[in-house]
Ligand binder design. Structure first.
Ligand SMILES: *[C@@H]1O[C@H](CO)[C@@H](O)[C@H](O)[C@H]1NC(C)=O
Ligand SMILES: *[C@@H]1O[C@H](CO)[C@@H](O)[C@H](O)[C@H]1NC(C)=O
Ligand SMILES: *[C@@H]1O[C@H](CO)[C@@H](O)[C@H](O)[C@H]1NC(C)=O
Ligand SMILES: *[C@@H]1O[C@H](CO)[C@@H](O)[C@H](O)[C@H]1NC(C)=O
Ligand SMILES: *[C@@H]1O[C@H](CO)[C@@H](O)[C@H](O)[C@H]1NC(C)=O
Ligand SMILES: *[C@@H]1O[C@H](CO)[C@@H](O)[C@H](O)[C@H]1NC(C)=O
Length: 408
């Protein structure tokens, strides 16, 4: 009898455990416990729901139901006891005037979390218009910090999916020291003329995938900074914006290498650049950017479709004399088609001091329909292998002389 009972108890326990596993504990910010209401500020309710969920020994889910809520700021910090999901179904709205944030550079931050899922189909609305007008960071080194919509730091084995980031005041998403994390089914939107509203910036991270994202902003759709490794960007549409970029690199002391970047099956429309690697001419210390592969890319009316720019120098005046110390190595551009808005469709301007090595151009078919001269290409300090393309696109001109500095 006792045996039978304990057997039944065990079955019951297993059943409950499996239910708990299938249905994570839900922490709904609008429940009586947390009391959030559409139209009002949910900062406190959300912080409390997060800390309860994070302390839960079983998988948990924080839910922001549909509706529009104000959110002054949020920092969601781990480590948590179990996998945790933040499901935003509604819209979270930042104050138009950032005012005094605890972290002036961050609206919503996630830190030190393993197995995070951010999802729900909702929107993070940064309400950036006012901030774009006040942004003077391009000419003022000591400008006021401007909040980034979503900042991910020390996040591992996680997913960010089915969310929209809208009109961020600064970068939309900043991914720093994160590993093995996927960003998918995202919509990131800000106007063409909004300043510094990069879509997703990745730095010091390994094993990051960005896939099925629709990104249109006033700056880079995706940018990859130093110490990034095994980053793949696939099935992304970009435009308007400044394209998909590696860099800028070589601006600061002791930057680490970039390795293993794949950009595949992406479409860029009306962007300033297509696929670009940018490094500053006067880098303080050496580093490398290697194993970078671009494949199956469609360009629609892109101003600089294929660009390596080792004389990158926006706004400020750089010292043009020293050449970049960032060594670019093992780079391929394959099957890149479509239209260029300028006649110079392929421009590879490598460092005089450390020329690019092992660069491949294959199957590039870009057209130019304007009246600014014939379609052409320029290669400097690089001798790529060229296959399956017309002469005009395969280093038709070359220059070893210092070139005029890029303006943007
Ligand atoms: C990510 O991986 C790198 C090297 O693979 C490691 O040094 C770092 O500690 C990891 N970061 C986190 C947050 O786990
Ligand atoms: C990212 O994509 C690569 C290549 O498709 C795959 O090997 C890797 O496991 C993916 N990483 C994650 C975190 O899903
Ligand atoms: C390429 O990306 C588009 C989305 O931009 C997607 O619909 C399509 O399925 C992808 N193609 C392949 C072969 O993966
Ligand atoms: C092509 O790109 C240029 C420069 O970005 C832009 O001014 C123009 O409107 C675009 N053309 C079309 C048809 O979108
Ligand atoms: C470049 O690629 C070759 C062949 O795939 C490889 O042996 C070499 O280690 C790579 N170099 C760098 C710096 O990644
Ligand atoms: C390049 O693309 C154009 C139109 O996009 C096409 O007419 C032409 O045949 C292509 N050339 C090659 C060599 O594939």
């Amino acid at each position: 009898m006792a045996l039978k009972l304990s057997f039944l108890a065990m079955i019951l326990f297993l059943l409950l455990a499996s239910i708990a596993k299938a249905h994570p504990s839900v922490f709904d910010v609008t429940s009586a416990t947390y009391g959030a209401k559409p139209g009002s500020d949910v900062s406190k309710a959300l912080a409390k729901a997060w800390s309860d969920a994070c302390a839960s020994p079983l998988a948990s889910k924080v839910v922001v139901p549909s509706g529009t809520y104000k959110l002054k700021e949020a920092t969601f910090k781990g480590p948590c006891k179990a996998p945790i999901e933040m499901q935003v179904r509604g819209t979270l709205q930042a104050p138009a005037n950032a005012g005094q944030l605890t972290r002036p550079d961050t609206w919503v931050g996630f830190q030190y979390i393993d197995m995070l899922t951010l999802s729900g189909g909702g929107t993070f609305d940064g309400q950036g218009a006012l901030a774009w007008g006040q942004n003077d960071c391009h000419k003022n080194k000591n400008c006021k910090p401007i909040p980034i919509n979503l900042r991910f730091e020390f996040i591992t084995n996680s997913r960010v999916q089915d969310i929209t980031s809208l009109n961020s005041k600064n970068f939309h998403m900043h991914v720093f020291r994160c590993n093995h994390t996927t960003f998918q089914h995202l919509t990131i939107t800000a106007p063409d003329e909004s300043i510094n509203t990069d879509g997703i910036h990745i730095g010091a991270s390994t094993g990051i995938n960005i896939t099925h994202a629709k990104i249109g902003t006033g700056d880079d759709c995706v940018s990859i900074g130093d110490d990034s490794h095994q980053i793949t960007v696939t099935d992304v549409t970009c435009g308007p914006g400044h394209g998909i970029s590696i860099g800028s690199l070589g601006r600061y002391k002791e930057e680490k290498d970039v390795t293993g970047i794949i950009v595949k099956n992406c479409t860029l429309t009306n962007t300033q650049n297509g696929v670009r690697i940018k490094t500053w001419p006067d880098s303080p210390s050496p580093s490398t950017a290697s194993d970078i592969h671009y494949e199956d890319i469609i360009m629609v009316n892109v101003s600089n479709p294929i660009l390596i720019d080792q004389l990158y120098c926006p706004y400020t005046r750089c010292d043009q004399k020293p050449s970049s110390k960032v060594k670019i190595n093992n780079v391929s551009f394959k099957n890149i088609k479509g239209s260029s808005f300028t006649p110079l469709a392929v421009k590879l301007v490598c460092s005089r001091g450390v020329p690019c090595e092992n660069v491949e151009l294959a199957g590039i078919n870009l057209t130019y329909g304007g009246d600014q001269g014939p379609l052409t290409s320029l290669c400097s300090n690089v001798k790529p292998t060229i296959t399956g393309m017309i002469k005009a696109l395969g280093c038709a001109t070359s220059s070893l002389a210092p070139l005029p500095l890029s303006k943007k």
